[in-house]
Design a protein around this ligand. Structure first.
Ligand SMILES: [Zn+2]
Length: 170
């Protein structure tokens, strides 16, 4: 009898508990955005998370569909593989070019720095975590590549205009 009354007490306690937890989960549900397309989860929909390891950090990302989970994983693998090439164009080549500029006093080298930056950003448009969180990965990549292309075209244009004068004097 005593155990029954305890059970009854437990049963009375449960409904309010589950109500609280339901409210909590519905609040959390309005938060998750697909990391790839930045789509918000529907009320009765639950986004799953994919965990990716980057160095000593493990980050979890929400995804809306298996297709977008694959896209997130593919990009992070791609980003790992191409990071060295990215730093070649963003860091190493510019340092070499600026050294050449200091030695030869030829401004053409500075335009090649633009070209190098542009190529680097097109290869790996890393715009930072804030941009990705604000726009989603897909849109960040588009924005980054457009930016890279603009920088590349500015570099090529300046190089052609100024190079023309140097290689064809009068
Ligand atoms: Zn998505």
């Amino acid at each position: 009898m005593t155990s029954n009354s305890e059970n009854n007490n437990n049963n009375e306690a449960h409904p309010s508990d589950s109500q609280i937890s339901l409210e909590a989960t519905s609040n959390e549900k309005s938060e998750p955005l697909c990391h790839w397309c930045h789509q918000l989860a529907e009320e009765n929909e639950q986004f799953l998370q994919v965990e990716l390891v980057d160095g000593d950090q493990t980050k979890a990302y929400y995804y809306c569909s298996e297709e977008h989970e694959l896209k997130i994983i593919r990009f992070y693998n791609y980003s790992k593989n191409f990071r060295i090439i990215y730093y070649l164009f963003i860091l190493l080549f510019p340092i070499i070019l600026l050294t050449l500029l200091a030695v030869f006093h030829n401004w053409l080298f500075i335009y090649v720095v633009f070209i190098s930056f542009g190529i680097g950003i097109i290869i790996l448009p890393l715009l930072g975590e804030k941009t990705v969180n604000g726009l989603g990965l897909k849109n960040s990549l588009i924005l980054g590549r457009v930016l890279g292309l603009v920088i590349l075209l500015i570099g090529v244009t300046l190089f052609v205009i100024n190079g023309w004068k140097i290689f064809l004097p009068d």
